[in-house]
Design a protein around this ligand. Structure first.
Ligand SMILES: *[C@@H]1O[C@H](CO)[C@@H](O)[C@H](O)[C@H]1NC(C)=O
Ligand SMILES: *[C@@H]1O[C@H](CO)[C@@H](O)[C@H](O)[C@H]1NC(C)=O
Ligand SMILES: *[C@@H]1O[C@H](CO)[C@@H](O)[C@H](O)[C@H]1NC(C)=O
Ligand SMILES: *[C@@H]1O[C@H](CO)[C@@H](O)[C@H](O)[C@H]1NC(C)=O
Length: 175
């Protein structure tokens, strides 16, 4: 009897722990605007490599660009919008026949409720599509154990310079 009741107490305690652990999972949705500043003296994009034959593909297949792009609350970088963080990492032209970028970047927050935390985004970006979905594969700070996805929509694009503003809607579960 004593053994049975202590094991059922243990089972109940484990169940409580499991419930507590589940209850701790948080859900965050946020929207930021990502600015790829290609032109001008304060460019935030550096091309570091390209394929040996520049005619290898019309999509720039093989090109590697490193970015330190501002992430803002509002869509207009030049208007007074809050700088929430920076998108640091790279994108690679990984599609030979269609424009498809591999995005590998951290959203590093420097202001607002997530200051000091970051999320890691790694996935495909077929940039000409209206909506591109990429996985959020991890995070730090308040976003420890993050997993989820983001959807990117081009808000503004200057074909002459390559400058672009992209809206990122992010939906993550985390500790
Ligand atoms: C570039 O950055 C410098 C230093 O922050 C700033 O003074 C300058 O106005 C910026 N130039 C442009 C074109 O944004
Ligand atoms: C690409 O350019 C190189 C060097 O000019 C040339 O030898 C090669 O035939 C070209 N390839 C194609 C597919 O046009
Ligand atoms: C951003 O705001 C500035 C100043 O208000 C304006 O001149 C510019 O056209 C805006 N840019 C975009 C992309 O909306
Ligand atoms: C963000 O956090 C850093 C480190 O704690 C702090 O120095 C900085 O003042 C914070 N920035 C804002 C805008 O609160």
């Amino acid at each position: 009897m004593a053994a049975a009741s202590s094991s059922s107490v243990l089972a109940a305690a484990l169940l409580l722990l499991a419930v507590a652990a589940c209850a701790e999972t948080k859900e965050t949705r946020m929207r930021v605007f990502w600015h790829d500043v290609v032109s001008g003296p304060n460019s935030t994009v550096a091309q570091v490599a390209q394929a040996a034959a520049s005619n290898v593909s019309a999509t720039g297949f093989g090109t590697v660009l490193v970015i330190d792009d501002p992430l803002t609350e509002g869509p207009n970088l030049t208007a007074s919008t809050r700088l929430l963080g920076r998108a640091q990492g790279m994108y690679v032209s990984a599609g030979k026949d269609s424009l498809s970028l591999l995005m590998a970047m951290n959203f590093v927050f420097i202001d607002g409720p997530y200051n000091g935390s970051s999320i890691a985004i790694f996935g495909p970006n077929p940039a000409e599509r209206a909506v591109r979905e990429m996985p959020v594969v991890g995070g730090t700070g308040v976003f420890r154990f993050a997993h989820g996805y983001c959807q990117a929509r081009t808000h503004w694009f200057n074909a002459a310079t390559g400058d672009a503003t992209v809206e990122y809607n992010i939906h993550i579960l985390h500790d």
